[in-house]
Design a protein around this ligand. Structure first.
Ligand SMILES: [Zn+2]
Ligand SMILES: [Zn+2]
Length: 585
């Protein structure tokens, strides 16, 4: 752990103790310690090695012990306990102007407010008015502080961040003196939303690339010899770090994160007799020599691990797997053979059937599913049974013409009605090549109701795929309160596929559920939920999060060739009450 991280933890502990109403002297001591660490002129690791930490003003015996402990990547029991005891949201609330620890504590104790989101709701309902110490003025101040915060910490979708970042990366690479350039941070880890853009560059000399970079800024937030931060016109913060070619793989690893992954890696490295930092790998004992390291792959190898792709670096078992050489070969975009969830002008799409098919063919896919909305989705111009039949006929004709190599599958994105019934009768559904069942209405149902509703739909023999499980819209609409585990169980039991909706605003079912679900046998279909030809490229966003969910090609049905795919999406089509359920494939 570096000094910034150690200082952050000391500061956080001070705040947590403050929330508990602990001894002010103790709180001041931790806060002073944080400042002392941050302001160190000497190298922290050297001070620790030479046991000279207590020479620094503000660092006593106890703090010296804690800092040594943290620098070795060990867990500090006090910190761990406090984190368990106090909701994380309370700390965030303390960062709002006008909210000190006492007020945050009162909000938590009296109104059970645990986060900024809770606070916002309470304010809107006027609940704070009756609380002692919270007058009208405080309310106004808080609303204002919240607005500021939303502006300042605004995250954007991965897709939008990527579109912003890659041209910049391109320009950095072409800048004079640049030997290597890469994107780091959550953008490189393909997290669904991104807070800022981080670039890393190896350059010699530094001046040229620095000048190029600063030139892009609407505002320069900070500039040093080897690092700088700017704000773009869009409001996005962009950070640049310049290192030497030798440091590049270490810095790339360090700035890619995640924080949790890095902490674990450092502990692992220490156990093997090395100390890892953003600058290099150093032996703990003199005489040992680090092997030459030119890439992240070399770096992982040097510490006895197989390479961990950036998407997996979230401390979800990847280090343990890498130690055993068991990192799976993750799915790749080129393995996708087609997608099934696509709309046309028949419902709310912006391109015609033929235009969508042409684009699918141009992407080199071997099949394309068409799944327009069903009749209850009036706002999306859902298809009546009659119009659906017409579309099916049109698709069959289109396949017969052999104008295209790509095979078009006739399906539907059929609404799951509030009671769990489907929006078309079974006699209609059975004529389709596949059926995606999705929730589009009554999103506010309680957990029990909505879970039962979805499971009921999964039990329908003609449903092949469950569409966007939680109906969330990232940064706009919260997910429905569905019990994901129960739905996954039901999907496995009924041999249904769950979609990974690749629309950059959805990325639903969330990647955090996929590893375990796939291990238990759940199959995935990565879809685009395309409403226009360009949206078919969203498959990349879907593959990104599929990789974060540890999915391999074998777990994703739309990497299968058409012949192999069909039984999975049509498996229960000959279902009748008397038929043996095992009869499907
Ligand atoms: Zn939908
Ligand atoms: Zn859709």
């Amino acid at each position: 752990m570096n000094k910034q991280e150690i200082a952050n933890i000391l500061e956080e502990v001070a705040s947590l103790l403050e929330l508990k109403g602990e001894d002010p002297f103790r709180i001041r001591a931790y806060r002073g310690g944080a400042r002392a660490v941050l302001n160190l002129d000497e190298d922290l690791r050297q001070l620790i090695r030479e046991e000279r930490l207590t020479e620094i003003t503000g660092i006593g015996d106890h703090l010296a012990q804690v800092i040594t402990f943290l620098s070795e990547g060990k867990k500090w029991p006090l910190y761990e306990e406090l984190k368990k005891e106090i909701p994380k949201g309370l700390l965030e609330m303390m960062q709002l102007q006008g909210l000190g620890p006492k007020k945050v504590k009162a909000l938590y104790d009296k109104l059970h407010i645990r986060s900024i989101a809770d606070l916002k709701k309470a304010l809107q309902k006027g609940k704070l008015a009756h609380l002692r110490g919270f007058g009208k003025k405080t309310e106004e101040k808080l609303l204002h502080a919240m607005k500021l915060r939303e502006k300042g910490t605004g995250r954007i979708l991965w897709w939008d961040a990527w579109e912003m970042a890659w041209p910049l990366l391109d320009r950095l690479k072409k800048s004079k003196g640049v030997q290597k350039a890469e994107i780091c941070g959550s953008l490189r880890r393909k997290l669904e939303t991104v807070g800022d853009l981080d670039f890393l560059v190896a350059a010699e000399p530094i001046d040229w690339v620095m000048k190029t970079f600063l030139g892009w800024g609407e505002e320069v937030l900070a500039r040093g010899e080897t690092k700088a931060s700017i704000r773009l016109l869009s409001g996005m913060q962009v950070d640049l770090r310049v290192v030497t070619l030798d440091q590049f793989p270490f810095a790339l690893h360090h700035f890619t994160g995640s924080k949790e992954h890095n902490i674990k890696i450092r502990t692992h490295t220490l156990k093997r007799g090395w100390s890892l930092s953003e600058y290099g790998l150093e032996p703990l004992r003199k005489g040992k020599k680090a092997p030459p390291i030119q890439s992240e792959k070399d770096l992982y190898e040097a510490i006895g691990l197989s390479y961990v792709p950036p998407e997996l670096r979230e401390d979800r078992g990847e280090i343990e797997a890498a130690a055993k050489g068991k990192i799976p070969r993750l799915i790749e975009e080129r393995e996708i053979q087609g997608t099934l969830h696509n709309h046309t002008t028949a419902s709310d799409g912006r391109n015609t059937l033929r235009e969508m098919v042409a684009k699918g063919e141009a992407l080199g896919w071997s099949y394309l599913g068409i799944s327009d909305h069903s009749q209850s989705s009036v706002q999306a111009n859902g298809l009546s049974e009659e119009r659906l039949y017409e579309q099916v006929e049109m698709i069959r004709r289109l396949n017969r013409t052999k104008d295209w190599k790509i095979h078009v599958l006739a399906g539907s994105e059929c609404d799951i009605l509030p009671n769990g019934k489907l929006d078309y009768s079974d006699s209609v559904l059975r004529q389709l090549d596949f059926v995606i069942a999705s929730v589009h209405s009554s999103l506010g149902q309680d957990e029990k109701t909505i879970t039962k509703r979805i499971i009921r739909a999964l039990e329908n023999p003609y449903v092949s795929i469950l569409g966007h499980l939680t109906s969330r819209i990232l940064l706009e609409r919260d997910p429905t309160k569905v019990n994901v585990k129960k739905v996954v169980d039901a999907a496995i039991a009924n041999r249904k596929i769950i979609e990974l909706n690749g629309h950059p605003k959805r990325l639903d079912m969330d990647w955090r559920y996929w590893k375990e679900a796939a291990e238990r046998g759940l199959l995935c279909c990565i879809n685009c939920d395309a409403h226009a030809v360009g949206d078919l490229e969203f498959v990349r966003a879907g593959v990104n999060v599929a990789r974060k969910g540890w999915l391999t090609k074998e777990a994703v049905v739309n990497t299968f060739p058409l012949k192999k795919l069909l039984p999975f999406i049509r498996k229960n089509h000959n279902y009748s009450d008397t038929s043996d359920e095992e009869g499907g494939i």
